[in-house]
Every structure is written in C-alpha cells, then in structure tokens.
Design a protein around this ligand. Structure first.
Ligand code: FAD
Length: 284
C-alpha cells in the first residue's frame, strides 16, 4: 500500500502522537476514528526520544493497523536504546502486524547526560536503519530536513547522510516541517542531484496558535516565513482568527506543492481531527 501511493500524483498521510497517560487512550482512539474517515494513505505515530513510552506507540499503531485497517507507520528513535531495546520494540510491532517504521536518531532526552549522549549505542539514524535491515523484516523510512538539520555542518553534508540513509535501505523520506515552499523545492532539487531516488513526502504543520511558533517550530529548527510571522502578529491575540488564518496558510502550501508536482503530503495534524478535516475538504 505504501508503494501504491507513489503511483499517484498525490497522497495524504497524517502524524499523530500517543497519549501521555493511560486514561487518555479512549480519547486518542476517538481522534483516530475521526481521522480515519478522511481516508489517509497512512497514519504515523510518534515515539518518545528516550524510548520509555514505546509501548504506547505500538498500541496506537496496532489500533490504526488492525481496528481501523489503515496502514500504520511507527516512529522509532534510537538515541537512548540498546540493540535489545530496539529488537524488543520491533518484535512487538511485528506481533501486531505493523511492518513499517520511521527510523530516527531522536534528540537528546532531558534526563540523559552529555557523556551518555556521546557514548550512545546507535550514533545516528543511519545506524538504526542498517540494524533494522540486518535484523528484521520491517520496511524502513527516514527523516529529511529541507532547511538542513540544526546540527548539520552544511546542507551538503546533511544531504550526503540522507543519501547514506537511502543506501542503508530507507524506502521513503518524510520531511521536517517548513513554511516556505521555495525551501522545499530547492531541497528536492539538491537531493535529486545527490542521487536521492526514493520518494520525499512534504511535512506540513498547520499553525493554529501563535504559541506553536515558540514551542514546536523552534524545536524543529524551521524558519518562519515573513508571511506566517505577519499572520501571527496580526491574529495572534484572536484565537479563532489565528486558527482560520493558520489553516488557510497550510492549505495554500499544499495547493502550491500539488501544483508543482510534489503532491505527497504528510500533515502534522497534532491529534486535531476537525482542523485536519477542514484542510482535507479544502484540497479535494
Ligand atoms: P540523524 O539522521 O541521525 O541526523 C542527526 C544529525 O547527524 C544531522 O545533523 C545529520 O546531518 C547528522 N548525521 C546523520 N547521519 C550521520 C552519520 N552517519 N554520521 C555523522 N553524522 C550524521 N523525534 C522524536 O523524538 N520522536 C519522533 O517520533 C520524531 N518524529 C520525527 C518525524 C519526522 C518526519 C522528523 C523530520 C523528525 C522527527 N523527530 C522525532 C525529530 C528527530 O528525532 C530530531 O530531528 C533529531 O534531532 C534527529 O533525528 P534524525 O533521525 O533526523 O537524526
């Protein structure tokens, strides 16, 4: 199914996060039920950087795959994991029939010392991809960064490591969020020249409150376009107007991507089915 979506000019997938607390699962399932009505090509589920909440990722991926009968992709980070930890999670995923993972290094967890970070067992996502391909039958995708990863010394080096991810077996890339499509177009051109041949899916995050800029977006290292900064300045204090303007901005990004032949879109939907439905309706 993942492969089939690239036979078409466009596809839509969503990213959700698992609930933090056990008593929030029911609500998360309701969110997923609503998202499923939008018929996404797949839904991906995030993973805690340290791996401590991996069971929740597996449980949510299980629900997507087996109750909703949609393709699930489980994110997996390796920054705080041993080989045995990774094998235990892959076993859990395989047991519930989830066969696709997004292999990531992850950020340094708060409770990890610099020394532990320096001595981590899997230094990079490339090491995790290699390990998964050697030891499991999972299909593996990876991340990429249209404005380069914040730690990368240059765009060229970041793209060289992206190529390494492909050479190690990554079948698809999902991009970090970006707000200026020109950055994405330039990036895809450079990746193409560097020999990236697997599909690159564009990650779109709708900004429905100005607070998101200070939290999620800063963490991601993405730059805020002038147009989006103006929207936040103008509507930031008016929750409804900000929500509408942010959704409108995401819709215009997606429409432009589709027009430019880059119609494979992954919406960072932040477990907000109503917002996601409004976007899906508008881009039909
Ligand atoms: P890497 O690919 O390892 O890259 C990290 C840095 O190392 C880069 O600067 C890169 O250029 C460099 N590098 C890469 N390979 C090598 C190598 N072999 N040798 C030397 N240098 C190398 N985080 C979570 O905690 N949970 C999630 O669920 C999650 N989902 C995400 C989904 C997407 C689509 C994206 C784009 C990011 C996600 N993240 C998630 C965030 C991600 O974990 C961070 O961006 C993290 O800092 C880097 O992870 P990575 O897999 O991209 O790292």
């Amino acid at each position: 199914m993942f492969k089939d979506m690239f036979k078409r000019d466009s596809s839509l997938s969503f990213e959700v996060f698992p609930p933090k607390k056990d008593d929030e699962f029911e609500n998360c399932y309701k969110v997923l039920d609503s998202l499923a009505t939008l018929e996404p090509d797949f839904i991906s589920v995030t993973y805690g950087a340290g791996g401590s909440r991996s069971k929740k990722t597996v449980d949510i991926a299980n629900y997507i795959q087996n109750t909703l009968k949609l393709d699930a992709m489980a994110h997996m980070t390796c920054v705080g994991s041993t080989q045995d930890d990774i094998l235990a999670v892959t076993k859990d995923l395989e047991a519930v029939g989830v066969s696709h993972v997004l292999a990531l290094r992850g950020d340094k967890p708060r409770d990890m010392s610099d020394e532990q970070f320096e001595q981590r067992i899997f230094p990079h996502a490339t090491d995790l991809i290699h390990f998964l391909n050697q030891n499991t039958s999972l299909k593996v995708s990876a991340s990429c960064y249209p404005e380069k990863h914040p730690e990368a010394i240059s765009m060229d080096s970041d793209i060289a490591f992206m190529k390494m991810k492909q050479d190690m077996g990554a079948e698809m890339f999902i991009s970090q969020l970006f707000f200026d499509n020109a950055d994405f177009y330039r990036f895809v051109e450079r990746a193409d020249k560097a020999g990236i041949t697997v599909p690159i899916v564009a990650g779109i995050m709708p900004i429905t409150s100005a607070k998101q800029i200070g939290s999620t977006v800063t963490l991601a290292g993405s730059s805020v376009s002038k147009k989006l900064a103006d929207i936040c300045a103008r509507y930031g204090e008016d929750a409804d107007a900000m929500r509408s303007a942010g959704i409108e901005y995401a819709i215009s990004q997606i429409n432009d991507l589709r027009k430019c032949g880059m119609g494979h879109i992954h919406i960072y939907c932040m477990n907000k089915p109503k917002m996601t439905a409004e976007i899906c309706d508008a881009i039909k």
